[in-house]
Write a protein that binds this ligand. Structure first.
Ligand code: NAI
Length: 328
């Protein structure tokens, strides 16, 4: 029998945590034959609710779930972790400036990065979900000098999945027929969902759509503002779809992309496509054997270049701000 994989989830008592933990425990994160041990990391105020969720996890009698620990100590929470899902973050509250938001999150992600550095397993893989996800990932990565930088990733898979869904609705295609879509840049309103290299049932998506006004005025803003539209409709933020995207991100990272397809992940740039090295930016990637590679050699047209550059500029500004605050 396989040794269980240790999966740490921060913010376990939150909305996304509640939608995420049951799917991890039922085998959707890593595979239907991979046993897991869960470690739930919360702040003291969240511990009781996390215990309630753990009771429900017990009550599911998941065959793959080999244990649940709950803690408010990052050193305990990340001890031996093979996969860490950093979901807990400080949301922007009314009147909060960007600097306040970045420093509040620095206070979370810097110590968590250090605790990962000091305690996690050698093969640790980190996904940051908590916003601002790319820059929080950068802060955690900078605090973990002994962990290879490429193990720190930020979630743009929800944007990727939203874009596939919008494109399927526009063209009448099945979501499973859409391949090679890319989210570039930051998980924010400046993100750029790119269909110029995407395919719909083997045909170029941009040529199939053949409507640049729809791209610029409908598709891109609909994908970028989908989070706000969900809040408006549901009265609460998107939690189940975010949890689903976190599952997809890690599952693809561990188990590989399909032949001929790729996915989108926020990863430390190696300088590809003019994105300054070290920024955690979303790229098209293929994955295999637990490693990812940026898809190289794509032609970037003017329409795409301007939008990628704008989102990357925002990431550089966030990096400069956290550098100014001494967080990296
Ligand atoms: P929530 O507010 O329901 O839950 C957050 C949980 O994190 C709370 O239980 C809180 O006690 C906990 N927490 C706060 N600080 C912590 C710390 N230092 N250590 C451990 N736990 C801590 O929020 P929700 O809806 O679950 O969202 C979580 C984050 O995910 C938010 O930052 C949200 O903006 C982000 N998000 C990111 C998406 C993406 O696509 N990257 C999509 C949707 C949400």
């Amino acid at each position: 029998t396989r040794t269980p994989v240790n999966v740490t989830v921060t913010g376990a008592a939150g909305q996304i945590g509640y939608a995420l933990l049951f799917r991890i425990a039922s085998g959707h994160l890593l595979g239907a034959d991979v046993p897991v041990k869960l470690r739930l990391l919360e702040i003291p105020q969240g511990l009781k609710a996390a215990e309630g969720t753990a009771m429900e996890l017990d009550d599911c009698a998941f065959p793959l779930l080999k244990g649940i620990d709950i803690t408010d100590d990052p050193n305990v929470g990340f001890a031996g972790a093979n996969v860490a899902l950093l979901v807990g973050a400080r949301p922007r509250t009314k009147g909060m400036e960007r600097g306040d938001l970045l420093s509040a999150n620095g206070g979370i992600f810097k110590p968590q990065g250090k605790a990962i550095n000091d305690n996690a397993a050698d093969d640790i893989k980190v996904l940051v979900v908590g916003n601002p996800a790319n820059t929080n990932a950068l802060i955690a990565q900078a605090a973990a000098p002994d962990v290879p930088a490429e193990r720190f990733t930020a979630m743009t898979r929800l944007d990727h999945n939203r874009a596939i869904s919008q494109l399927a609705a526009k063209t009448g295609a099945a979501v499973s027929d859409i391949k090679r879509l890319t989210i570039w840049g930051n998980h924010s309103a400046t993100q750029y969902p790119d269909i110029f290299h995407a395919e719909i049932a083997g045909k170029n998506a941009a040529e199939t759509v053949n409507d640049e006004a729809w791209l610029a005025d409908t598709f891109i803003p609909t994908v970028a503002k989908r989070g706000a539209a969900i809040i408006e409709a549901r009265g609460a933020s998107s939690a189940a779809s975010a949890a689903n995207a976190a599952i997809d991100h890690v599952h693809t990272w561990v188990n590989g992309t399909a032949e001929g397809d790729w996915t989108s992940m926020g990863i430390p740039s190696d300088g590809s496509y003019g994105v300054p090295e070290g920024l955690i930016s979303s790229f098209p990637v293929t994955t295999k054997d637990g490693r990812y590679e940026i898809v190289q050699g794509l032609d970037i047209n003017e329409f795409s270049r301007a939008r990628i550059d704008a989102s990357v500029k925002e990431l550089a500004e966030e990096r400069d701000a956290v550098r100014g605050l001494g967080l990296i």
